[in-house]
Design a protein around this ligand. Sequence first.
Ligand code: AHR
Length: 508
Amino acid sequence: MSSTVNAVVNLDLEGPVINRHVYGHFAEHLGRCIYGGFYVGEDSDIPNEGGIRLDVVEALRALDIPNLRWPGGCFADEYHWRDGIGPKEDRPVMVNTHWGGVEENNHFGTHEFMALCELLGTEPYISGNVGSGTVQEMSEWVEYLTRDGDSPAVRERKANGREEPWSVKYWGLGNETWGCGGNMTAEQYALEARRYATYCRDYGDNKLYRIAAGASDFSYGWTETLMKQLSHLGCQRVERPLYQAVSVHYYTVAGTWADKGSATEFTDAEYYTTMAKAARTDELLTGHANVMDLYDPKKEIGIVLDEWGTWWNVEPGTNPGFLYQQNTMRDALVASLHFDIFHRHADRLVMANIAQTVNVLQAMILTDPDSGALVLTPTYHVFRMNKGHQDAASLQVHVVGGAPVKDVDGAELATVSVSASRKDGRLLVSLSNLDAGEAADVEIDLRGGVVAGLESEILTAGTLHSHNTPEAPEAVAPRAHDGARIEGGRLLVHLPAHSFVTVAGDVA
Ligand code: AHR
């Protein structure tokens, strides 16, 4: 059985540009994300440059990752950046109290992170310490990184081997300050954010884009408090708002926080609950944007969803503090659904960061702790197949007559999700069939242009539980799709059960 979905896309009615930064990433000092993931040290047998794993770099370069958030997460608010500069043998050891209580030798610090960004060709997004740091410490980190000339922090940087300042735009003012970042109230943090933002200076051409630590999930009151603070700057001489964006975190947790469910063993009912929770990202972004519209109708302040993704119980036998989980076809569909939602919110959403890039939560890459083998996850393939949407103009997809829906725990889940964009004369359409067992056909009336030279790829697998391992690295891998064609100005696409398809073509 299959259902048919009819839709219209006006190729000549371009919507807001999809900021490439919604395809952003996140690397925290957590479990094996940095150590054993990105960074193996210079003495490792694994090919590396300055300790950075080159196979990880190569895999991520294929995704054109636009930014990388670091060093946390919760870790950011107990990280003191001066512990991570200078000769490695002199760097102090600290305890990573949030994540397994392990000892952190600080061998991966500021210079190593900036080198990683250069190898990846990506922009750094640094998350500063508000929870246990000081305004002075954060201010000097900005100076160390971005100032040219001769000042104490600049001399320190030069003594550590870096003559030129780096360019750093994205700067986080703490993380989850309602919880691990200091357990503050919204009012308390909003005042702190103003103070910290004041002393994170713009040096020379380096203009910071300051991101205030935002709400958890649907806590719209937190966003409202941050927006109110911006509208009461209290100083006529301030030319720009003190912060340019507010963040929000939303994880797809199908079970409870105490028992989130297995990454690889789940029933159909648990699968649909997962998809319904992921679909709530639309409600989340709409809700926060509605609050922001009251204070900022011109949409000058952005939303940064700087942590999103699935969160399952850790893989049996692994350290509970390391958040290591497998990644199946289900995770891939969670990712593709998120991207459709992100594309629809291009007017306000300026950045999103999946948590996290390597070996933690909904990762792109898993590395084996013993053999070092690297595996690309199903989620990785969604990022690769969708990268053409980065900086493309969004195109609205008007579904005519309704899409098939499932009743999931009393809520309606549309089981076919589509988004489209246009860039440099090229159309890209992404289509997800979330139905576990039934195929779907999508017919899109393409108006305002002629599309030719179709290329289509599909990501699907034997079951929703399918995943990649060192023994079977391509159990879930994209392949060419012969189920897409143009007929009489209509794009006809066949979607097998639980599949993700992209279709690209030239627009004339
Ligand atoms: O991504 C794991 C953790 O989740 C982050 O450190 C924290 O910000 C969030 O609670």
